[in-house]
Design a protein. Sequence first.
Length: 261
Amino acid sequence: MSSFFLGIDLGTTSVKAVLLAADAKTVVVGHSEPTAADLSDVTGIKAKEQDPSLIINAVNRCLDQLPRDKLQHVCRVGLTGQMHGVLFWRANSGCDWSDGDFFTPRDTSQLVTWQDGRCSSDFLSSLPKPECHLGVSTGFGCATIFWYMKHRPKFLEDFNVAGTIQDYVVSMLCGLDSCVMTPQNAASWGFFNTATNQWNENILKAAGFPIHLLPRCVPSGGLVGQTCSAWHGVPAGTHVGAALGDFQCSVYSCMTAPADG
């Protein structure tokens, strides 16, 4: 049987998965599942959070609908998803594989999404000025971490890794004890210079920011590692790419020539 690429998008409201024929780059089959992961804001801080367990449940349901005989011939996995948001987890215990050939979240926070409104204008104006092409807005990962530093510092002590939801899935698939991120997602967090491909570490350190929570950046389109276990039939040892941003992927899908955009 031919080989396939598995592509997954972890969106704000749904998860989508497609299998592409590796030789022809054509979609063979696809499926979508709603996440219904939004949590009610009972704090009054304009929080917009999602339950990562419900998001991963949607991923598992989605992949269950794809033909297993084709999943067994997947040679590469690529992920994209909602940008700006931040999920925290514990290294080496961020998920549980004991239920079979899929994982469930463990020792994670809720996902603070890009729609989060807890960072007021006054709070944002109190943050150091970043050296990057983007300003920092509420819902950006670094802004959210600054908010926790000020309002709930004990919360951050429970976790030692952070990333977007798509970065989290890549880390769990590859059995990583850290987070690897592309410049696409890093830029969406703020305080990342895309010209140098580096975090504004000096600026962040001076502000007391927990630098250890910043993911390590790798080039977009690069591989992170290999699946540490069979996953819905996808063989262990399958190459996994670094997670990309959904905005960039949506633009790329519309390009007809390399010079477009």
